[in-house]
Unconditional design. Structure first.
Length: 406
């Protein structure tokens, strides 16, 4: 209440002054400033409009109106106000800087850079302008130029945490991973609770295959943001790279508690479970993957392999059929499917089921034939010698596939 009361006083005085001299542009301008401070943006704009009406060449009124319009999300109108202000008073670096910020938000990146450069001409040590120029260059993927801009920012302000953080991003994207890690370290030194820096430092360390260090960085992220599904996800990925599959699964389970629809986590979790020989659980994980991402051929393929290992041949064939529907010209899929049918024939033999054996043999040969049609050089030789097809290799239909072919 104290703060609001203290702000109201100049407005009250302004109202009295307006009554005395309603033609005083400065009074309307100051009234607008007080309203801006209170967050009453439309009313502030009305006051500045009155000041501009009385004194059209009032650069500060145009400039403040631009600030308020930006806060209201009226970005094109804000740029127009900055332009009016700068036409009257072109030597205002703050106006050029804020104009650049709005242009960047509008996606007018080249114009934004030019605006930051005008601010820097007027104020060479304007570290925020150097930094945002770097951000805009990074948006354009001009990382080398962006890094130069960040270097200028930290040269003028060595403790400018945001510039160090954004420099690290540009360095990582330009393939300078070690330098990026050093820049993240500097940002963290300046602001130890900057969770984004800890997280992205972890990514840079993982890209450098420094997985234990990456995990430690994700742990710091999670101390600051324990409910970050992305940090749990990346932590699990780094643990899996170290062969710590049980630990990775625990991390991914935490990620899934927070964000259950991440198909990539379900997929990787399936891989880790398969590495631990927990095939039933791996299949369940891949089922979730394809539920969320039906065209994930890798998940369907891994599921098929796991089902084959469990001798669940009919289900494995269904999975191969799902992939074939998405990739009908891949000969390996038909070949793998043929191998499953051949193994199914062996199981049918053990069950003493001649009719089922005959069906499995026919299906196996048809799929071998399709693989050979798509890639004869590879699959003619392969299927002749592959022990997985031994149950069908003496069948006359199988032998006929080689007639007239070397």
């Amino acid at each position: 209440m104290q703060k609001v009361a203290s702000i109201e006083k100049p407005i009250e005085r302004g109202e009295k002054m307006i009554e005395i001299n309603p033609q005083d542009a400065q009074t309307w301008y100051e009234r607008g400033n007080a309203l801006l401070e209170m967050g009453r943006l439309p009313a502030a704009i009305e006051s500045w409009d009155k000041a501009i009406e009385l004194e059209p060449k009032f650069p500060e009124a145009w400039y403040n109106k631009g600030l308020a319009l930006r806060k209201l999300g009226q970005l094109e109108a804000a740029v127009s106000c900055y332009n009016k202000s700068l036409k009257i008073k072109p030597e205002n670096p703050e106006a050029w800087y804020n104009r650049g910020n709005v242009l960047r938000k509008l996606g007018r990146l080249s114009e934004a850079i030019a605006s930051y450069e005008r601010a820097i001409e007027l104020k060479p040590d304007y570290c925020q302008a150097w930094s945002n120029r770097g951000n805009t260059l990074a948006n354009l993927e001009k990382y080398s130029e962006a890094i130069e801009s960040y270097n200028k920012a930290v040269a003028f302000s060595a403790n400018y945490c945001e510039a160090w953080y954004n420099k690290a991003f540009a360095l990582r994207n330009s393939g300078q991973n070690a330098e990026a890690i050093a820049a993240y370290d500097k940002a963290i030194e300046l602001k130890a609770d900057l969770h984004q820096a800890w997280y992205n430092r972890g990514i840079a360390l993982a890209e450098a295959k420094l997985y234990p260090e990456a995990i430690a960085s994700y742990d710091k992220t999670l101390e600051l943001r324990p409910n970050s599904p992305e940090a749990w996800k990346k932590r699990g990925t780094a643990q899996a790279q170290l062969g710590q599959f049980a630990e990775a699964i625990a991390s991914w389970d935490k990620a899934l508690e927070l964000k259950s629809d991440d198909s990539e986590v379900w997929y990787n979790r399936g891989l880790a479970l398969a590495n631990l020989k927990h095939l039933e659980e791996a299949i369940a994980s891949w089922d979730k993957t394809v539920e969320l991402q039906p065209e994930n051929t890798e998940a369907w393929y891994n599921k098929a392999v796991a089902l084959k290992k469990l001798k669940r041949y009919a289900e494995a064939i269904v999975s191969y059929d799902k992939i074939i529907a998405l990739k009908p010209d891949d000969p390996n899929l038909y070949y793998q499917k043929a191998c499953v049918y051949a193994q199914e024939k062996q199981a049918d033999y053990q069950k003493n089921s001649p009719e089922a054996q005959a069906t499995s043999t026919t299906n196996a040969i048809e799929n071998v034939k399709k693989a050979i049609e798509l890639d004869p050089d590879k699959y003619l030789k392969m299927c002749k010698n592959d022990s997985k097809l031994h149950t069908i290799q003496k069948d006359v239909r199988f032998l006929a596939l080689f007639q007239g072919k070397q």
